[in-house]
Design a protein around this ligand. Structure first.
Ligand code: NCD
Length: 299
């Protein structure tokens, strides 16, 4: 695997291999270290804010013994008019051979096409469309609770329309054989182009007997053309609280990619409750990214 930019480039067995690799980087709840990227240089190039994704790629690279360079738009020359391609080619010329890129636009394929054969590109989020490393860590977290994807009912709740996490999670769930995916959101935040899934505006109905509940943030920074309900109305209809969670299966897990807006899409007691695996997702994020980087390094 030279690059890791979409889930759709993977077949089920390649995805399962990545899951297994990721799991093998966790030993009794702790992340292990392995010098599989010794002598390699990784640059994280983030054109959008990030806490978890950037930190976990950095931690993953360090656990694999790579040298790491973190760049953000604020201090890059794209502010002075340099193209993304020129930035990347210059860094490649300096010896960077792993790029972890987050961008607001659909740029990954274009960047992948200009890289040398021995350079790797890993997507850390591409516009509204792709967030494949999040999908890997989410599937790892689900698999740890429920090993069989075929029989799972998964509810994804919130701003589906602007969510690259939802899109990549849906692709991964389908790849792994999940048949029951419910997308719960207000009418104007649905993504009706997504097929083979259930679109639902009624949260109570959508949560009934779900095994997995994935909560999403309202992504106001991506809403240029949409009027959303008042915050109070959104909370009334779409906030995950204990009473609503009780509609899902008793052992259902609650997930959220972060950042959480406490008191909006989720209550404190649910976010911090026994069914929440949100912090497990954060830990799994490092393992998942170690798996991605080491799979690319072995290419
Ligand atoms: C998400 C993202 O950036 O797409 N966060 C993340 O990577 N953990 C979701 C979000 O911003 O709401």
């Amino acid at each position: 695997m030279q690059h890791f930019i979409t889930i759709s480039n993977l077949n089920p067995s390649a995805f399962l291999t990545l899951l297994e690799k990721a799991q093998n980087f966790i030993d009794h709840g702790h992340l292990i270290e392995k010098p599989l990227l010794r002598g390699q240089t990784l640059a994280t190039l983030f054109f959008e804010p990030s806490t978890r994704t950037q930190a976990s790629f950095e931690l993953a690279a360090k656990r694999l013994d790579a040298d790491v360079l973190n760049l953000s738009l604020a201090n890059s020359s794209t502010q002075k008019g340099e193209t993304l391609v020129d930035t990347v080619k210059n860094l490649e010329a300096m010896g960077v051979n792993f790029f972890v890129l987050r961008h607001t636009d659909t740029v990954m394929e274009h960047v992948a096409a200009i890289l040398n054969r021995e350079t790797h590109l890993i997507s850390a989020g591409e516009g509204k469309l792709h967030h494949p490393s999040q999908a890997l860590l989410d599937m790892l977290t689900i698999q740890q609770a429920q090993p069989k994807f075929e029989n799972l009912s998964v509810a994804i709740v919130g701003d589906i329309l602007h969510s690259r996490v939802a899109r990549s999670d849906i692709e991964a769930l389908k790849l792994l054989g999940c048949q029951d995916i419910r997308l719960i959101s207000p009418e104007n935040l649905q993504a009706t182009d997504l097929l083979g899934v259930q679109h639902e505006t009624d949260m109570d109905r959508g949560l009934a007997n779900a095994d997995v509940v994935i909560m999403l943030r309202i992504q106001k920074e991506r809403m240029f053309d949409i009027q959303i309900d008042s915050e109070a109305a959104y909370i009334e209809h779409y906030q995950l609280n204990q009473a609503r969670l009780a509609l899902a299966k008793p052992n259902a897990i609650v997930m959220h990619p972060g950042p959480i807006n406490r008191g909006i899409e989720i209550t404190n007691d649910v976010a911090d409750g026994l069914q929440s695996v949100i912090l497990k997702q954060a830990r799994n994020g490092v393992a998942a990214r170690m798996a991605i980087l080491s799979a690319c390094a072995a290419d």
